[in-house]
Design a protein. Structure first.
Length: 216
């Protein structure tokens, strides 16, 4: 079932809960996006121009988190806005997770989403910040890794590797965060993460091994 007719409904959960998974649709959609991008680049090279004015839909994966206020409501808000702004392709289950990091804070609801968008990375980041602000997030009064109403991270943007001030893609903590890899693996287990050259499921297995080794 394609999701571009609107976002799925979220409800508060304490256990992993499947909202909508489309194992057969997702790989096909992403394959065609990559194919279109590949053809566009080939044509640009043949014609000797930097880029063609073709608006390609880029496959992007997002991490979504909330641990303040109406957590499920904030996730729902994010999905609703994303489905208006982009093609919402798939959404993982929503899981309640223990807070990670140096700051004492409440439990999170975490999920991952696959979208397709024409927005370039910077514009997408700005759009995500606008969605966060509409959920009451105010970065001027918060600590890094501290509690937040809504956090939207760009985990992967097509095959791009970006390391610029204010924008790092793939997200620099992706491979260290179970709350990111588990939902992402539900919707994109075989995705090879650019720059890391490993699949999402491979990164999750490596993290699980490292964590179980650390606890021995
Ligand atoms: N920025 C750079 N690259 C990106 C990107 N790929 N996506 C910049 C999004 N933003 C990116 O981000 C700080 C700045 O990073 C932004 O202004 C943006 O320009 P932020 O969202 O304000 O800060 P943050 O979220 O505290 O930092 P970061 O590095 O995204 O950390 P995390 O991993 O999101 O940590 N525990 C659980 N269980 N679940 C959680 O969701 N989240 C955090 C926050 C801590 N513990 C958690 C969770
Ligand atoms: Mg973040």
């Amino acid at each position: 079932m394609p999701l571009n007719t609107g976002a799925p409904r979220i409800s508060p959960v304490s256990e992993p809960h499947t909202i909508s998974l489309m194992p057969s649709v997702v790989p096909a959609a992403f394959f065609y996006s990559f194919l279109l991008d590949f053809l566009r680049r080939g044509l640009s090279n043949t014609l000797g121009v930097d880029s063609l004015p073709v608006m390609v839909l880029h496959p992007v994966y997002l991490g979504i988190g909330s641990n303040l206020g109406d957590r499920a409501g904030h996730l729902q808000h994010a999905l609703d806005r994303l489905s208006e702004l982009t093609q919402l392709v798939a959404v993982s289950s929503v899981r309640e997770t223990e807070p990670v990091g140096p700051i004492e804070q409440g439990q999170y609801l975490n999920a991952a989403a696959a979208i397709e968008t024409k927005l370039p990375p910077r514009q997408l980041l700005e759009a995500l910040h606008t969605i966060e602000r509409a959920s009451g997030r105010d970065r001027t009064h918060e600590k890094r890794w501290g509690p937040r109403t809504l956090d939207l991270d760009i985990l992967v943007y097509a095959d791009r590797v970006i390391d610029e001030p204010g924008l790092t893609i793939p997200h620099p903590c992706l491979h260290e965060r179970r709350f990111v890899l588990e939902p992402l693996a539900e919707i994109a287990a075989e995705l090879i993460v650019p720059g890391l050259h490993q699949t999402v499921s491979g990164l999750l297995t490596a993290l699980e091994r490292a964590e179980s080794g650390a606890s021995l």
